[in-house]
Design a protein around this ligand. Structure first.
Ligand code: SAM
Length: 176
């Protein structure tokens, strides 16, 4: 699988902090290399994701993207694959097997209103069920299937804390 970027559109600083943070956390846990926040430049969201990386490891980059359409245009022109998550799209179960595994992918997640240009610029418009869904759940469902259900633990090196799976209680250790 090529590198994965998640692009979150139309973030509103006053209204969406929790949703956008959770999109960043979801992108990270499924192995995205980059999380881009478009809309308001909300440094608190970016910092909270950087804090998670410092504590729990990994190498996902987080940035504000002031020109999401320009970013997408360049990404596609450079040979990348743009996948727009939308309830109006084709079923994800059918699209994922067709995605090239050797090219970078950007997964575009909308906000309150997504303009026509995104539907046209992305090579794939993909639905996780053709019903209104939570954007976080749609991203998780899509990435889980894209990853074949595998969480890549090698993506989470370099943190200060490591969680050891436990059937009872919390087992969290400080890294040396
Ligand atoms: N009404 C908006 C529009 O113009 O399309 C969408 C609002 S929805 C709350 C926010 C985002 O959640 C969407 O842009 C899409 O990325 C994601 N989403 C919602 N339902 C989805 C579904 N069934 N499949 C995939 N993504 C979905």
């Amino acid at each position: 699988m090529g590198d994965i970027t998640v692009l979150r559109l139309s973030h509103r600083a006053g209204r969406d902090p929790r949703m956008s943070t959770h999109l960043g956390l979801t992108a990270r846990v499924y192995g995205a290399k980059q999380f881009l926040l478009a809309g308001d430049n909300d440094s608190a969201i970016l910092q909270s994701l950087i804090d998670v990386k410092e504590r729990f490891g990994g190498d996902m980059e987080v940035h504000h993207e002031s020109s999401p359409l320009g970013f997408l245009r360049r990404f596609v022109a450079d040979g990348g694959i743009a996948v727009h998550l939308t309830m109006y799209g084709l079923p994800y179960q059918e699209v994922i097997p067709d995605l090239p595994s050797d090219k970078p992918i950007v997964i575009v997640v909308g906000g309150a209103k997504v303009s026509r240009e995104y539907y046209e610029m992305c090579q794939y418009n993909v639905a996780v069920g053709n019903q209104p869904h939570s954007e976080v759940a749609a991203l998780a469902g899509f990435m889980e299937r894209l990853n074949d259900g595998v969480f890549p633990p090698e993506h989470f090196k370099g943190g200060k804390l490591e969680i050891h799976p436990s059937g009872r209680g919390k087992d969290m250790r400080q890294e040396e």
